[in-house]
Design a protein around this ligand. Structure first.
Ligand code: DX5
Ligand code: ZN
Length: 216
């Protein structure tokens, strides 16, 4: 399988969401990555349901929704109804992660778990069989345009071993600071999905940059 590319709408032009969504529809991107922030779990507020509702009217590709909010169980049903195909919660934000995962799967959508840069892979040992995706944060969540954290490569390799050991088909997604400079090393380390915000939307030619990631 070639690497999947998930451009992050956080870096799109919010005055032109229809235009930017159509650009992604016509690109080699695979998913729309949607960052929801609550200003508590992370020091920023992004956007909420009305904006996601507007995006999903134009998006023709799966919505990969990344919840950076505390106690995400409160909103699982809402995001499932808004069309999320993959719903990812933070391990650090869930007291009863197993229950949250079951809640997500009860809506017949894919369940993901995101890990902050300081969180070790081994917290997933007891849950890896239950999840469809792990999002390894390669920046501290909250903002686009930050620098990639190099330790990420080791975490990908460790996660790949855990996935193999459990004979799981869980995908490894990398989120933060992804560019054409680190994409090939991320893929050779074991990444299946690359999220890219500023590298795509701040580019002169977003279609070309998506292609550059896709062809690594
Ligand atoms: C950060 C978000 C990312 C962000 C990535 O908290 O989860 O998805 O949009 O942006 P870049 O690719 O610019 O680091
Ligand atoms: Zn994200």
């Amino acid at each position: 399988m070639s690497v999947l590319i998930a451009p992050s709408i956080l870096s799109a032009d919010f005055g032109n969401l229809e235009r930017d969504s159509k650009m992604l529809n016509n690109s080699k991107a695979d998913w729309f990555h949607i960052d929801i922030m609550d200003g508590v779990f992370v020091p920023n507020i992004s956007f909420g349901m009305p904006v996601l509702n507007a995006i999903q009217k134009h998006a023709k590709k799966p919505l990969d929704v990344h919840l950076m909010i505390i106690d995400p169980d409160r909103y699982v049903e809402t995001f499932a109804e808004l069309g999320a195909e993959i719903l990812t919660v933070h391990q650090e934000a869930c007291t009863h992660l197993h229950r949250t995962i079951q809640n997500i799967k009860s809506f017949r959508i894919k369940a993901g778990v995101a890990l902050n840069p300081h969180t070790p892979i081994n917290v997933l040992e007891s849950i890896i069989d239950d999840i469809d995706l792990v999002c390894i944060m390669s920046v501290n969540p909250g903002f686009g345009g930050q620098s990639f954290i190099e330790k990420t490569y080791d975490k990908i390799k460790e996660l790949k071993l855990l996935i193999k050991k459990n004979d799981s088909d869980c995908l490894i997604e990398i989120d933060g600071g992804v560019t054409d400079k680190n994409a090939s090393k991320l893929i050779s380390s074991g990444a299946d999905v690359l999220v890219a915000g500023s590298y795509v939307f701040k580019a002169n030619d977003p279609l070309e940059n998506i292609l550059l990631l896709k062809n690594q």
